[in-house]
Write a protein that binds this ligand. Sequence first.
Ligand code: NI
Length: 261
Amino acid sequence: MPKVGSKNRKSRRRLPRKTAEILFTTVVLLLSFCLISRSIPLSGEVQTNRAVSVGKKALALTFDDGPGEATGKLLDGLSKNGVKATFFVIGLHAEKYPDTVRRIVAEGHLLGNHTYSHLNLLTHTISASRAEIEKNADLLEKLTGVRPQYFRAPHGYVSALELKMIDSVFVRWSFDTLDWKHSDADYVYKRILSAARDGAILLLHDTHSTTVEGVLRAIPELKKQGYELVRVDDLLQRNGEKLHYGVPYRECAYGKKTVAY
Ligand code: NI
């Protein structure tokens, strides 16, 4: 019996320690967000000359990791529906599908940088990360004549210091469709429709044929609901705000400031 009592006392003592650990982690995360979103000096500013007017109900479809085999079919569907999107491509795949990369630009979509080999920036030095980003930018410029100004980190991972060093507009997302996890067109279709709201940036992957199928089914429905589907640069600048390097943008609703963290 005394043993039971001592066990209970031990577990009672352990609980506050766990709570303290959770609180500590929360505070560290909050401080990191504050550091990333507010304290870092801005290293650049981007202004586009695009005269694109974006209405009151709009969102951006963004496709990472491509191009892939299904990207051509996706481009056909976007063109048929008069829709513009954003592609954060990786260099290894751009080398495999150079014509698709050229087509992305030629058809008026935004071409973004996603590193040369999908490098996890958090586990590499800043100079290695910069080299990967520059290598991909050089390649995409060589292929299309246009140097990408927009960047998304593989997995979304980036340190506060790296964020400061990247000479591109850093784009996150407001909604992860998890299309890579569920290779199911019906799932992707439903996730897109449930996530649709003004100002949203949806994360998708054109390397999955099920994603392409789900997206092409969702587009007519989104248009029926009154959504304009626009490039991420047009969405983020819809209210006339100038964009800065070193800021992790994630959404931009009509008439409101961009949301970044
Ligand atoms: Ni990725």
